[in-house]
Design a protein around this ligand. Structure first.
Ligand code: ACO
Length: 295
């Protein structure tokens, strides 16, 4: 991906790490002109990724990176474009609080590192760049791919995970995240803990019934005498994480499919995100994604 400015001036390393500060290094941070070009690159990559995934709006942009606690790895080819360099692709990750089902169907709460967006320029796909970038991130974060969650992975990403990391057996979820069997294996109790029992009528509501944006905490607390006695641990967990960070991604379809039988689970735009109630708070995604088919 080429740009009308010097990529090597903005990104000095082959792989750059970006967070909400939106600067590849101190040098860029002090140069508003470079920061503006960097933002242009991120926006352009986000648009290209959305197009490749047939999303109606970008999951990644410079402004989103600044406002969300996500991190982005950007891979460049410093040699191309007559030495000015070109951008090869990016990988965006971030922690999210998720309510997941283990292989026995038991609800567990976790806050794993999630793959949120991943894109390699069209003409460079299937050349090993995705693997290079992904491996870089794994090493940087010191995490195993099977310990991560994947936000509505595309068929290409599922194929990628199967090919490079032998991740094939996903554990069906009611939200858009995909986790594999390794996710639950020997996980520390602090990272993964069972949520309180579901109410008998703990139904799953379609995403369209959810409030967008912040869900007011006070709405979730039933009046006396119905207010439950909560352990400090539980009440802490329900309050420390804003609803926006919890487990659902609006524009990606739920993954009830088995990777082995249907690599790719759909990444269509249907809004089947779900809300689980019953002893737990409402949840919504931190990703502002489009919801075609829903007003
Ligand atoms: C949570 C999310 O981010 S989901 C969004 C994932 N991103 C996308 O779908 C955007 C379009 N796709 C891409 O950008 C890239 O294909 C990526 C990021 C998924 C993978 O990057 P690449 O550089 O192509 O991967 P790399 O070359 O290291 O590995 C190739 C393997 O990836 C998978 N893959 C890559 N492209 C394709 C494709 N067109 N069709 C099927 N599988 C593919 C295959 O397993 C492939 O191995 P193969 O060629 O032997 O079949």
């Amino acid at each position: 991906m080429e740009f009308p400015f010097d990529i090597n001036q903005i990104f000095t390393e082959r792989v750059s790490f970006l967070d909400q500060n939106l600067a590849a290094d101190r040098w860029t941070a002090r140069r508003p002109d470079l920061q503006a070009n960097l933002a242009t690159v991120i926006d352009e990559l986000g648009r290209a990724s959305a197009k490749a995934q047939q999303l109606t709006a970008a999951v990644t942009s410079a402004s989103k990176l600044q406002s969300q606690r996500h991190q982005l790895y950007l891979l460049k080819d410093g040699e191309s474009s007559g030495g000015r360099g070109a951008v090869v692709g990016f990988l965006k990750v971030g922690h999210k609080k998720l309510f997941l089902l283990d292989r026995h169907g038991v609800h567990v709460e976790a806050e794993p590192l999630c793959v949120l967006d991943f894109y390699i320029a069209e003409n460079l796909q299937r050349h090993g760049y995705g693997l290079e970038l992904f491996d870089f991130m794994l090493q940087h974060k010191n995490v195993e791919p099977g310990r991560m969650a994947y936000d509505r992975p595309s068929p290409k990403l599922l194929s990628f995970l199967e090919k490079h990391y032998s991740l094939t057996q996903n554990v069906p979820q009611v939200n858009n995240f995909v986790v594999f069997e390794d996710f639950f294996f020997n996980r520390a109790a602090v990272q993964l803990r069972k949520t309180p029992p579901k109410k008998p009528d703990g139904e799953i509501k379609p995403y369209s019934l959810m409030e967008r944006g912040a869900v007011r905490q006070e709405q979730r607390t039933p009046p006396w005498p119905f207010a439950p006695h909560q352990s400090p641990q539980r009440s802490g967990s329900s309050q420390c994480s804003p609803p926006l960070s919890v487990g659902l991604s609006p524009t990606r379809a739920p993954h009830r499919v088995s990777v082995s039988s249907s690599p790719g689970g759909t990444r269509n735009q249907s809004r089947q995100s779900a809300l689980i109630e019953g002893g737990r708070e409402r949840r919504s995604s931190s990703l502002s994604r489009p919801q075609p088919g829903f007003p």
